[in-house]
Design a protein around this ligand. Structure first.
Ligand code: COA
Ligand code: ADP
Length: 451
């Protein structure tokens, strides 16, 4: 059994992984282990028609979000056996666009159930029927929560039992992702309070564009076709509307058609129903050299009293030139009141995104960047560390350096990096080992060095 005994060290080590060994076949759809049928798995395949596309004959991301949300919801409800609502959808990185005529294949399955909430992992790939090729488009993690009974009672979920090795990894890491998700706002505050992000004075430059110029406000009336099977506003539809206003804000800054790269998180704070008027507001929070962050807020307009806050999200856009290279963007001058804070928070979100991206990137050699461990990034890098450790452990260049008391120390040297791996064989049934390793709180019972 391989014991990852030095999680702290892992981000430093893995930040130096080399390109040649790092590259994986990107165009293969990941196959499940033979013979395993996951009862929560839901598959959806759609041919992209002109009615699903944008002005560039590519699948509109809003449509894709609707399909992702439906598949994830069906998977969640298959596990729960009762109606569920979307609580959040996070960490979506778009790697490729999809053209009209191609097929989108979506696979959703429940990675882990907690009390009333569960994480659903969604993989999206594209298929070219004529060339017989498949490639990854994006993956996403959605959290669904069981709807309370009419009596107001919560519905507690039965646990997921992971069978394949891949399911076990997702199961363990899902708990870490949940922790990071719930701490997200605190992590941003922490980064800002410790001065870990650059101070923003770049708006002082004369050519900076006033953020107000990018402001968008739009209203949508929720009609029956926008509702889901529980007669709430369909989460995918809300995301599509939010993306629409964000795209307009990004276009106003760049005066071009922007391409969506990432969505940090959609947080569904409260339900909305048919008949609601949804107010959607967006503005560019910050513009970096080649990318910009747009924030969106959705509220339900109330006849009386303050509006209900329904959702907020942050999206990153680029503008691509004719060779699909990102163009340089104008700087932004934030709005006087909330603008300065949002400008800074956008820098913090970018730092988190990049730190995470490089640590698990499949092509790290392209960007010679490492992410040294420090107490502030340990929280948001934690599950990426697990992925990085797995990649390191799988290498075949480990050399046995010493062995004492049945503990083996392996080393691996690559360029300027020296990695260590400590291996100890223990005689316990595999499922017991998995239970011990899957919960961090169990660690003191098997790792005497934990403190
Ligand atoms: N991301 C992930 N999980 C979240 C979350 C978020 N932003 N907010 C709450 N949760 C989880 C909690 O961790 C908890 O999980 P657990 O029971 O497994 O421990 C569960 O949701 C319930 O939390 P609780 O505090 O009891 O509920 P809440 O009052 O915060 O309500 C929602 C949570 C999601 C039910 C509520 O915010 C809601 O109704 N949102 C709108 C949903 C919607 O309309 N979606 C679109 C249409 S389907
Ligand atoms: P925060 O202000 O902390 O970012 P909010 O949920 O209030 O969180 O808003 C999310 C994002 O929505 C903001 O960062 C901003 O980009 C955008 N936004 C909020 N209010 C407005 C508004 N009145 N006009 C335009 N955009 C807005």
């Amino acid at each position: 059994m391989f014991l990852p005994s030095a999680l702290k060290m892992s981000s430093r080590v893995s930040g130096h992984l080399e390109k040649a060994e790092e590259e994986e076949e990107e165009e293969e759809e990941e196959e499940d282990e033979e013979g395993s049928v996951n009862p929560t798995e839901v598959k959806m395949s759609q041919i992209v028609m002109p009615c699903h596309s944008n002005h560039q004959q590519e699948l509109s991301v809003g449509q894709l979000l609707k399909w992702i949300d439906s598949s994830a919801c069906l998977s969640a409800e298959r596990h729960a056996g009762c109606p569920c609502v979307t609580a959040s959808m996070d960490d979506i990185h778009f790697e490729h666009t999809i053209s009209v005529g191609q097929v989108v294949n979506i696979k959703a399955k429940v990675n882990r159930a907690f009390n009333t909430s569960m994480e659903v992992g969604v993989q999206v790939s594209c298929e070219d029927l004529f060339l017989d090729r498949h490639w990854r488009v994006c993956h996403a993690y959605a959290t669904f929560v069981t709807q309370r009974k009419n009596t107001g009672q919560k519905v507690i979920l039965k646990p997921i039992v992971p069978h394949t090795e891949k399911e076990q990894v997702e199961y363990s890491v899902a708990a870490e992702r949940r922790r990071v998700r719930m701490l997200h706002d605190d992590i941003i505050k922490d980064l800002l309070s410790h001065g870990s992000v650059l101070q923003a004075d770049s708006w002082a430059v004369g050519s900076a564009v006033a953020a107000e110029k990018t402001k968008v406000e739009s209203v949508e009336l929720v009609l029956p076709p926008h509702a889901n099977h529980q007669v709430n506003t369909f989460g995918g539809q809300i995301m599509a509307w939010m993306l629409n206003v964000a795209t307009i804000a990004a276009s106003r800054l760049s005066q071009a058609h922007p391409t969506l790269r990432t969505i940090d998180m959609f947080t569904f704070r409260g339900p909305s129903q048919v008949g609601d008027r949804l107010l959607l507001r967006a503005i560019v929070n910050n513009a970096f050299k080649n990318s910009m962050e747009v924030g969106v807020r959705a509220e339900a307009d109330q006849e009386e009293g303050p509006n209900r806050h329904i959702n907020s999200a942050f999206m990153t856009f680029e503008v691509l030139d004719a060779h699909r290279k990102p163009c340089t963007l104008p700087r932004i001058r934030p709005e006087p009141l909330e603008g300065g804070r949002r400008f800074q928070e956008a820098i913090a979100r970018k730092k988190i995104r990049l730190d995470r991206k490089y640590i698990i990137s499949r092509k790290q050699g392209e960007v010679p960047l490492s992410v040294p461990w420090d107490p502030r990034n340990q929280v948001y890098l934690s599950y990426n560390n697990v992925s990085a450790l797995k990649m390191l452990a799988a290498r075949n260049k480990w050399r046995l350096s010493s062995e004492k008391d049945k503990v083996r120390l392996y080393t691996m040297e690559q360029k300027s990096t020296l990695s260590f791996r400590v291996e100890s064989k223990v005689d316990v049934p595999a499922h017991r080992a998995f239970c011990l390793l899957a919960e961090l709180s169990n660690r003191p019972s098997w790792d005497i060095h934990y403190q």
